[in-house]
Write a protein that binds this ligand. Sequence first.
Ligand SMILES: Nc1ncnc2c1ncn2[C@@H]1O[C@H](COP(=O)(O)OP(=O)(O)OP(=O)(O)O)[C@@H](O)[C@H]1O
Ligand SMILES: [Mg+2]
Length: 306
Amino acid sequence: MINENISEVTPIIIDSDQPGFVQSDAVSGVMRRATNYLQAGFPIHFSGPAGTGKTTIAMNIAARIGRPVILLHGDDEFGTSDLIGGQYGFRRKKMVDNFIQSVLKSDERVSPEWVDNRITVACKHGFTLIYDEFTRSRPEANNALLSILEEKILDLPAGRSEEGYLRVSPEFRVIFTSNPEEYAGVHKAQDALKDRMITIKLDHYDRETEIAIVKTKSGIPEDEAERVVNIIRTFRENVENGFQPSIRAGIMIAKVLSATGSKPEAGNDDFVETCFDVLSFETNGVKSRPEGEVKKVIVDIIKQFC
Ligand SMILES: Nc1ncnc2c1ncn2[C@@H]1O[C@H](COP(=O)(O)OP(=O)(O)OP(=O)(O)O)[C@@H](O)[C@H]1O
Ligand SMILES: [Mg+2]
């Protein structure tokens, strides 16, 4: 019989004062809605393309909740035991009874050892679970979440305890993030799971927020951050089918400028080449431009703003 369950999972404590986190009106609005839904007891789900701030906002909300945080990244290889726990090894129990000197009684038992995994630990202790990119896990691996979110009960496979279930702590909160389904390596979230959470759709930030983020993350002056963001946003509008560069592209270009003490000017070859490298990895998605002409599109955009 196993009385006590062990776990190797340790939560992280996120400082609620995150320097470099930009809280523009748009970001504050999203945070407020999300906090309200969590307060009302609902899990939330940030859904949107790459680089739209899903993970960053999730971490900041978790920091505000103030409880320890368990981070989980969706993975196609996950099975129930990776999320809930399983039998990882054995425990040996030996009892030696030498009560009467001439009689030695010994009883040795080997029993499977159950180890709690992340979701179980979060449910048990009322931690905040951030399940990043949860649609990368196969839907059946996420099945245990259905009863956790609805009945507040975690069904445990036989072996962990006699009860076979665990009552979820009232302080337990979940924040999911995912990219929309057209991305490779992603499973369609099962409807029953999606039905239990409130989805907030995120898209690329507004211009002012992007400028503030680029400026804060790189330390370049505001007018230069503005130029970089104008270039990224205009290029994004030109992308028809391919990958739309996110705020990350802006942060990259600005950090290179800052690190090399360079300026965003049309006559600065280093800057122009950085823009080529950062932006033109997906060349065939640019509107009415055959492959190879994308550099001309970038040069035209740079000339428009610098
Ligand atoms: N409000 C913000 N303040 C400061 N930086 C931010 C903010 N939102 C996003 N960022 C920065 O923008 C980049 C992209 O954000 P994040 O990683 O959260 O996006 P994501 O939507 O999770 O992307 P992915 O789908 O690729 O995981 C990161 O470098 C992050 O630090
Ligand atoms: Mg992310």
